[in-house]
Ligand binder design. Structure first.
Ligand SMILES: [Zn+2]
Length: 427
């Protein structure tokens, strides 16, 4: 039998295990925020991977953003040494999931299996991918116990909230040093026939407009920060958004509507709070002296972050020039540079060939509209050979009735196992 047939047999023999593992992972509700059950899921994985011969470290991101004794940020890193020296292939999955939200018809943490789909929060993003990578590694090790190199599997915290208590922390500890790890696959749900080379850049900022407080019955005595913000929103709609739509990229971003610069207004708040938490009365009538928005600007590899920021400042300066008493303040909140791995890297080539062998079609190269933990591996770890490849449909992530297909997981597990056979010599 050739490597594909052997690994296909090994993965088919583990199909029930793949299902049960995915269900078990979904049934540990690792909600973020606040960061629940991180230790529980790491303990579960430690037990599983130690039984498979891995050496497992549990690492708490002590002192990282959001780490506390109530909600400690636990991470799991497992390593399996082959029989000879060689490269290390690392599979990194985040174990946290986003809030449940409304509209579910299935129990969000039930792990229900129906018509070949497993349902639950985190099924596709990305416990299905984590399970597929574990099955791939176990099947590969059982088939080729004397391979050269090493395999690592990690399950990390807080990807959904920036990854500071997860991959960023591990990268700072040297866990993604190119001397230690040569190839990283992040099994995010990008579809089994697509290789994600990287992501667009991000700039989050708060924009505040200023006003002057006065009695709400005599608004002419004050100056409304909300009215000023109205002018900002109008300018964004009429001028900035069309400008961004015209900035297109050579990055193969999916979906194609994201193949341009975009801007979202994540939140808006102006004036006094409508209702304090423990108060059921009405707010006092006041002219708003402050109004804030948080913007989420996604930028392209062709754009420079300084120019992205200047574009907003220029717009606000223009409003200021034409609008009496207008004043504003911009506060930087968060930024990530765009990242894209070279298509010619051995990792991309190996996964591409494996996709062709398993699915009998050419791999599609894509770039993610949003960022994921690749940013930390690139920027802090300085490791360039990193891609996202995993089962599941990106559009289902964070939605009600999120699911992952069992066949898709099995196919992508086979692609991952074949990639291991390509990068870690088995002769
Ligand atoms: Zn994810």
């Amino acid at each position: 039998m050739d490597s594909k047939d052997q690994l296909e047999t090994a993965i088919a023999a583990r199909r029930d295990d793949l299902i049960a593992l995915t269900q078990d992972l979904i049934r540990i509700p690792t909600l973020n925020p606040p960061g629940q059950n991180y230790r529980e899921i790491c303990d579960y994985l430690k037990q599983r991977l130690e039984a498979a011969g891995f050496t497992v470290d549990l690492i708490r991101a002590t002192g990282a953003l959001a780490d506390s004794d109530t909600y400690p940020r636990w991470n799991m890193v497992a390593r399996y040494e082959g029989g000879a020296a060689g490269d290390t292939v690392h599979f990194n999955s985040h174990h946290d999931v986003v809030e449940v939200g409304h509209g579910w018809t299935k129990p969000p943490f039930g792990g229900v299996l129906e018509d070949g789909r497993i349902y639950g929060r985190g099924a596709c993003d990305m416990k299905g991918g984590l399970a597929a990578s574990i099955i791939a590694a176990e099947a590969f090790i059982a088939t080729y116990p004397r391979f050269a190199g090493a395999i690592e599997i990690s399950a990390t915290a807080d990807e959904e909230s920036g990854g500071f208590g997860g991959v960023a922390y591990l990268a700072e500890q040297g866990r993604f040093d190119p001397a230690r790890v040569q190839h990283v696959i992040i099994p995010e749900p990008l579809q089994k026939d697509r290789i994600c080379l990287g992501h667009r850049g991000v700039w989050w900022a708060q924009v505040e407009t200023k006003g002057r407080i006065a009695h709400g019955s005599m608004p002419f005595l004050g100056d409304s920060a909300i009215s000023h913000m109205g002018a900002v929103l109008a300018e964004i709609e009429t001028h900035l958004l069309p400008l961004l739509a015209g900035k297109t990229t050579a990055m193969p971003v999916v979906p194609p509507q994201a193949r341009q610069s975009t801007l979202n207004i994540n939140s808006i708040h102006g004036g006094e709070a409508e209702q304090a938490e423990d108060y059921t009365g009405l707010p006092a009538p006041c002219v708003a002296d402050r109004c804030r928005i948080v913007i989420d600007r996604r930028f392209l590899i062709e754009e420079d972050i300084a120019a992205v920021k200047a574009e907003l400042t220029d717009m606000l300066e223009q409003i200021k020039a034409g609008r009496p008493r207008f004043d504003y303040e911009i506060t930087d909140l968060f930024e990530v540079q765009p990242s894209m791995t070279d298509e010619s890297s051995p990792l991309v080539q190996s996964v591409g060939q494996a996709i062709e062998r398993v699915l009998a079609q050419k791999a599609e190269y894509v770039v993610s509209p949003g960022t994921y933990d690749q940013k930390h591996i690139d920027r802090i770890g300085r490791l360039k050979n990193c891609i996202a490849y995993g089962p599941g449909i990106l559009e289902l992530a964070h939605q009600p009735d999120e699911w992952v297909g069992v066949d898709d997981m099995a196919d992508s597990a086979l692609v991952m196992a074949l990639t291991l056979a390509e990068l870690l010599p088995t002769a």
